[in-house]
Design a protein around this ligand. Structure first.
Ligand SMILES: NC(=O)c1ccc[n+]([C@@H]2O[C@H](COP(=O)([O-])OP(=O)(O)OC[C@H]3O[C@@H](n4cnc5c(N)ncnc54)[C@H](O)[C@@H]3O)[C@@H](O)[C@H]2O)c1
Length: 370
């Protein structure tokens, strides 16, 4: 079966593409049997994994690390870049982005370097020579899940990652890369990292392959730290450039601000782990201090319904709209997502600070002031 963009996105409502956990199970049906727990255990039990190496001492206490952020013109990447700049005012920062979805405006106030290159073709050695980085945050990715070009999605996402790994291998530079909750596919309860991947689209498939590659490389080199972060439904400042794939919080707020009833699927009880970008950034920065390789969920830990999201938006915007329930055209819609945070808490010390009410309030203040 081949799905078209309009199967995923209703042009009129603009709310159907519920990124990143996708509504249509189809393009790629695959069962990638991965077992993160087994991987983590073997890494933990391997004495070499605990052997101290100078290079791994990036640590949050290092005042002037040399850091790269790929995808830094994008939503999470720009928030992360500006967060790193605030946390480490003396850091040497380099963003790499080809602007395929990102926007320079997201980096207002940024004081670092910028390399405008396509990572799927970038020769890191030629670009950076022998420069040593303390860590590379790899967030660049095709994030438009309605892009059904299987070759482009998998090639660009996976090969970009492979090039980074090849560059970082000799120095064992710490890699912190963006995976996705989309790798889990349909769920009925909180997802644990050890659950097998069940990508329902080619975007999720590309992320599952990155996870497989990361596991293999980390298992081969226990003293090289590679952290995958499975972001859930991130919302917050600097996402407007994404258009359709931007969060539901963004799209619904825009509809309500325009005096329209917020359009959601019947009957609004589908649940999502909505996570505020400030928490996602905090968790990502904490990965600088993780002691072993692994893949971790970064969510709020809460599953909240779209009806609740509308209620929270009404409170924040001072409106009183009833949802406009529309038919859900998707046969295999993701009815539930929730991050199990046990591993992120223990390995990263991650603790989300923004329940939906607080995150949306903060975001609406940023968007509309007041
Ligand atoms: N936003 C979410 O809810 C969410 C959820 C799960 C995972 N993620 C992952 O987090 C990361 C950031 O997502 P985002 O929401 O900020 O998306 P985004 O589209 O705003 O950012 C992605 C950035 O990567 C850049 N990019 C893409 N391919 C590139 C390439 N080959 N070379 C150079 N630059 C390239 C884009 O121009 C863009 O600036 C992505 O890897 C995404 O898959 C996001």
């Amino acid at each position: 079966m081949r799905l078209l963009a309009q199967d995923l996105f209703n042009q009129e409502t603009g709310v159907l593409a519920d990124y990143p956990l996708l509504s249509c199970r189809a393009l790629v049906e695959t069962s990638l049997n991965v077992d993160n727990e087994r991987f983590l255990d073997s890494a933990r039990n391997d004495k070499r994994a605990r052997a101290p190496t100078l290079r791994l001492k990036v640590a949050l206490s290092d005042p002037s690390p040399n850091l790269v952020v790929t995808g830094g013109a994008g939503f999470i990447g720009s928030n992360l870049t500006l967060g790193l700049q605030e946390k480490f005012p003396d850091a040497r920062l380099t963003v790499i982005d080809d602007f395929r979805s990102g926007d320079f405006k997201n980096l207002a106030g940024y004081r670092g370097d910028f390399v405008a290159q396509n990572l799927a073709a970038l020769d890191w050695r030629e670009q950076f020579g022998d420069e040593k980085f303390d860590a590379i945050f790899h967030l660049a990715s095709i994030t438009d899940t309605t892009n059904h070009d299987q070759f482009e999605q998998v090639h660009d996402n996976v090969e970009s990652f492979r090039r980074i790994l090849n560059f970082a291998r000799p120095t064992k530079t710490r890699i912190i890369y963006a995976s996705s909750a989309a790798t889990y596919g349909p769920a009925a309860e909180a997802s644990v990292e050890s659950n097998g991947a069940a990508p329902a689209n080619v975007y999720a498939f590309s992320k599952a392959i990155m996870d497989n590659v990361a596991r293999r490389v980390a298992a081969e080199s226990p003293d090289w730290i590679i952290i995958g972060l499975r972001y859930f439904n991130v919302y917050g400042p600097r996402e407007a450039h994404k258009g359709v794939p931007a969060s539901m919080a963004y799209h619904l707020a825009r509809q309500m601000k325009a005096g329209q009833r917020p359009r959601i699927f019947k009957h609004g009880e589908q649940k999502r782990d909505f996570v505020y970008v400030k928490d996602a950034v905090e968790g990502s920065i904490r990965a600088l201090d993780a002691k072993t390789s692994g893949i971790y969920n970064l969510g709020s830990g809460q599953a909240r319904s779209f009806n609740e999201l509308v209620e929270v938006l009404n409170k924040c915007l001072g409106t009183n709209f009833q949802p406009d329930y529309i038919d859900n055209p998707h046969g295999h819609y993701q009815n539930f997502t929730q991050a199990d945070l046990t591993n992120a808490r223990s390995a990263l010390g991650y603790e989300p600070r923004f329940p939906l009410e607080d995150g949306v309030r903060d975001y609406m203040q940023w968007l509309y002031g007041g």
